[in-house]
Design a binder for this molecule. Structure first.
Ligand code: URA
Length: 419
């Protein structure tokens, strides 16, 4: 294969053959095809697109660039969820143990947050002792014993994606549906769960700003998964307002525990239950039907899901006492309340602005190498539709120092529109 001929073919809008895609990705993964040719190919794909078959081949080639996990020895059916990321999105923390409590194993490999999107791994890392960098053998043992485990991406899982994503990030080729699909799906398929449910966000704080674009991504993810022999389902979730009332790592863990106790914010609970129903119905069809929703609500309200969460934390080296005593989670150096400057009804809480304030408080990172403050963030956040009087609390900011927390009060107030 002459790489430039394959690039030229895509540049000119032709479809690529299966073998051309495989040779190109294989060459890039092994270092024979240099970054500049891969970057040119990514740009050609960005402009010319790929059809469903090409996208599936690209996904398969990237998936096969590393290890493929096998769950054949797991006594339960397996399922996983992928969210495209949102502000206050702590759903995985409740969902994995809830689905495990229903007899469906959840092997979840998650990412860290970058920019204003929070990462499940950063949230779990705020739990004292929790080890998110387990070897794959331990991950598989815990999934078999407990029913769920959440760890971070390993270097051997779809390594071609890690290399290509770094290139896309600096060459303006991230927002391409076939490239996003292959990136997400190569990792999820290598992880090996038999069933996948996608939560594709749309709105001002989402990767996909419009519902129409989110629908295109959803369709591409689901059709690629099905072509590759996985049962898939998906939901579209608005991401204009944050999920729940807490944004930040330890703060979201505390809110997840509240939700696992059968309480927690209504939107967080509803999305968790919806995704759990879809995962269980697909992975364990014998449980599908009229009684499934009630059975899942019972698993949440009875403490069964919380029990699974505690066992997962313990199995991964964490100290689960924070479940009864949230003060054992990392605590901020300073806090500042943000008060309403007038009476009215909350018309919106801008998730993008809230995400930026949380990042400035120390809860997020601008570059992958940045350290985060696990205690930083926002809680007690008001929600759209709530009535407030002048002087009422709209949210509380937490940071390492009083200057940092107080310095962001005005920006935080600007995120809430009172109509
Ligand atoms: N998440 C990924 O893993 N890859 C993308 O390309 C976009 C979001």
């Amino acid at each position: 294969m002459v790489p430039q001929w394959t690039i030229e073919k895509k540049r000119d809008g032709e479809r690529l053959e299966d073998c051309e895609i495989r040779e190109f990705i294989g060459g890039f993964a092994s270092g024979k095809i240099p970054d500049y040719q891969m970057a040119a190919m990514a740009m050609a794909i960005f402009f010319r697109g790929m059809d469903a078959a090409e996208t599936a081949t690209l996904t398969d080639a990237m998936m096969r660039s590393g290890d493929l996990l096998d769950w054949g020895a797991c006594p339960m059916p397996t399922a996983d969820k992928h969210s495209t990321g949102g502000i206050g999105d702590k759903i995985s923390l409740m969902l994995a143990p809830l689905v495990a409590a229903m007899g469906v194993a959840v092997p979840m490999i998650s990412g860290r947050g970058l920019g204003i999107t929070g990462g499940t791994l950063d949230k779990l890392d705020s739990i004292p002792g929790y080890n998110s960098r387990l070897p794959v053998a331990d991950f598989q043992r815990i999934v078999g014993d407990v029913g769920c485990s959440i760890i971070g991406q390993t270097a051997r899982l779809a390594p071609a994606d890690g290399k290509l994503y770094a290139l896309r990030d600096v060459t303006g080729t991230v927002p391409s549906i076939p490239l996003i699909t292959a990136s997400i799906m190569s990792k999820k398929l290598a992880e090996g769960a038999g069933t996948l449910v996608f939560d594709v966000k749309f709105g001002r704080a989402a990767f996909m700003r419009t519902r129409a674009d989110a629908e295109k991504l959803l369709e591409s993810l689901v059709s690629t998964g099905r072509r590759m022999g996985r049962k898939c389902d998906a939901v579209l979730t608005p991401m204009d307002d944050p999920h729940g009332r807490a944004v930040g790592n330890a703060l979201e863990v505390a809110e997840a525990v509240e939700t696992l106790r059968g309480a927690g914010p209504a939107d967080t609970r509803a999305l968790t239950l919806d995704l759990a129903c879809r995962m269980v119905a697909l992975a364990s069809p014998g449980q599908a039907g009229d009684g499934l929703r009630a059975a899942i609500e019972h698993a949440l309200d009875s403490g069964a899901a919380l029990g699974k969460f505690v066992r997962m934390v313990e199995a991964q080296g964490g100290d689960p006492r924070f479940v009864d005593n949230p003060a054992l989670l990392p605590q901020p150096g300073a806090s500042a309340d943000v008060l309403a400057d007038r009476k009215g009804v909350v018309a919106e809480v801008d998730a993008a602005k809230i995400g930026r304030v949380a990042l400035e408080l120390g809860a997020g990172r601008r570059a992958v190498t940045d350290a985060i403050d696990p205690a930083a963030g926002i809680d007690c956040l008001v929600a759209r539709g709530e009535a407030v009087s002048k002087g009422d609390r709209l949210m509380t900011l937490h940071a390492a120092t009083p200057a940092l927390a107080e310095g962001l009060v005005a920006a935080a107030r600007d995120a809430v529109s009172i109509g």
